[in-house]
Design a protein around this ligand. Sequence first.
Ligand SMILES: [Zn+2]
Length: 413
Amino acid sequence: MAEPQSLQAQPLMEHLRVFCKDIGPRPACSPEEQRAAEYVRGVLLRLGLSDVQEQRFKSNRTYGWQVTPALAATTAAPLAASAWCGRLGRLVAAALSLGGAMVLQEAVRARPPFFQSLIAAGESQNLFVTIPPTGETWRRVILVAHLDSNKQRFMLPMDNPYWQKPMTTTGLAIATVSGLHLLFSALFGRRRALPWWQYLAALTSLGFFAFVLRDEMQPYIEGANDNGSALAALLGIAEALRAEPLAHTGVTLLFTGCEEAGCTGMDAYLKRYAPPKLDTYFIDLDMVGAGNVCYATKHGVSLMTEYGPHPEMLAFAARAAVKRPDLQVAGKDMLTVDEQATIDRYGYRGLMISSYNQEGYLSNWHRVTDTLENIEPATLSRAARFTWALLGEIDQSPPPARVTSPGQVAATA
Ligand SMILES: [Zn+2]
């Protein structure tokens, strides 16, 4: 079967060059992020997709705004408890500490904090367009790629990614234990000095706080792999779908803003449009431009915040991979936090397609070396073609029970 020309390396690399070199780093809520959205809109319009919709939303500009207040709270809590050692003081300290620990845990699973409206000082956009099937619509697939790029971040991932999960898990655990101890001592304890390890807990939080601040002062990256690669792949797929729409699957191409600021764009999209859960499937493309192509079988950067793809999506992906051995795609556990976290949290069926280097990690993730020069065109093309194969696999599956032939009772509640 002939594959669409638009999924070959060369046309994909032409799109990618625009994102990396003509536009460059694309901070969340920035004019450059908006320029990336305008380029996407222009390409879609040239393909005859005139019904491109835009959702504007408010967001924080960087991830640091979500986590530094929490780290400040977990640092200050034991100190507050020792300075103000009455029951009320310990209660306030416990609230600070447990609240901070909770926000941190949510932040590493891309859930905006309770104070999100206070930090949402920027404005961003999601762009989306739907390509209907040739026949009756049995289901919809939402293909996702984010428009923004991040700063260089030495805390995510650490230079040796092997230590990321143990470190993040330890940090979260220390904050939680410290908070629980403060609460316990406020409710049942006597007025006595805090144990030494509470000061160590404060020091740990302070260390994380300082490292996150250092990351906040890093330059923004070109974001060739993260996530110009996925933007290019989606544009190639848009062109392929125009020439060859699916039979029973409507495909929405969703270009999100602010993924790097805590997936606030995806959050805004799901909150506002709430597509039906029964027949909507998400395929998130993130960092599909270097090394080996995979679909993620596990996500997360701490043991306390792991999440995964939907089993049904996993089965589709496994079948597509087996049918296309030439693409050399397999399932793999990934060290990542991404929009699949939001998709999963809202209860949708989703899966992420990504790529990894020889060590098994995302290539150049959140490093200034994430440039066009470090993209492997063949990988990008394989990822786009695998996504195309996966779309075909989903399209060829039997209709969901809800839309069985007339007269039959819907089997799903
Ligand atoms: Zn990304």
